[in-house]
Design a protein. Structure first.
Length: 288
């Protein structure tokens, strides 16, 4: 196993306003990464503009056991005062737009003291709300091409982000009330998805959890905030990236992932990433 490293961060552009500070940054990760992050003075909101490193995951150090790591999605939020340990297989550069929200100003958008329950903490690591995604992309565009009123626009976008985060936290409460899958069922699903071979069907996962397919699909969305099909696809794609970073042939990888042929694997990979398996492999190997 390679030596564990800390990623280095370079700020390419920055705009600061009273409510927030927005940054366009690059992270260099040349091997497995293990970082501990904490911000007492801001909410750290991160949208990855490039694919996250393979097997990116994190845990809340003061809340979860050392063995419990959850997947890091394209957008994640680190609440002020919380400590997160983030890990990945590394091996690539990453570009992100960061929004550091002032906690005193953010609090005005919440009714009373914000409580970070286990459900909310888990959901903070993979925020799938398109409204939040879109606002972060607007921040990135403003940083890349600042105009005459950039500061005012950043202030407005940051305020809207605080409002959307409030709505997102409320939706987590609604999911909890509606009932999701038990933790042991979610663990069984994750363990099955990390096994070698073809991806499981919904019927197989339902049988594994001893529930119906209908209960599985409804409960999974309530627990994870996305469909079980999208979750399977993301895990399959993550596994493909891990295998492409090895010396295995693309034909063997396609077979291991359950594709009928290398061409069908290549089509699916390019559709989801914008590059062929060969192009992805060449890019990963070139920065090692």
């Amino acid at each position: 196993m390679g030596q564990i490293q800390h990623s280095s961060m370079q700020v390419d552009a920055e705009l600061a306003v009273p409510l927030a500070r927005a940054q366009l940054v690059r992270f260099d990760m040349h091997g497995p990464v293990d970082n501990v992050m904490q911000r007492n003075d801001a909410y750290w909101l991160d949208l990855c503009l490039t694919p996250r490193p393979d097997n990116a995951r994190a845990r809340y150090c003061d809340r979860w056991s050392p063995q419990r790591f959850e997947r890091l999605g394209k957008v994640f939020l680190l609440p002020a005062g919380e400590t997160v340990q983030a890990r990945s297989d590394g091996g690539q550069r990453q570009t992100s737009i960061l929004c550091h929200l002032n906690p005193d100003n953010v609090q005005q958008w919440f009714d009373g003291e914000l409580s970070w329950t286990d459900q909310r903490l888990r959901a903070s690591l993979d925020i799938t709300e398109t409204s939040i995604h879109g606002l972060m992309l607007r921040l990135a565009e403003e940083l890349r091409h600042p105009g005459f009123a950039s500061e005012a626009l950043v202030e407005l976008i940051a305020a809207q982000l605080a409002i959307e985060l409030r709505r997102y936290c409320s939706s987590i409460d609604d999911r909890e009330d509606s009932g999701g899958l038990a933790p042991w069922r979610l663990r069984l699903i994750d363990e099955r998805l990390h096994e070698d071979g073809s991806m499981p069907s919904l019927a197989e996962l339902a049988e594994l959890c001893r529930i119906s397919v209908r209960q599985l699909t409804r409960g999974f969305r309530a627990s994870r905030g996305c469909s079980v099909g999208d979750y399977i696809a993301q895990n399959r794609l993550s596994r493909a990236r891990q295998l492409l970073a090895t010396d295995k042939s693309i034909k063997a990888i396609a077979c291991e992932l359950g594709f009928s042929s290398p061409s069908s694997f290549g089509y699916a990979f390019r559709r989801d990433t914008g590059e062929t398996p060969g192009e992805y492999r060449e890019r990963v190997f070139s920065i090692r």
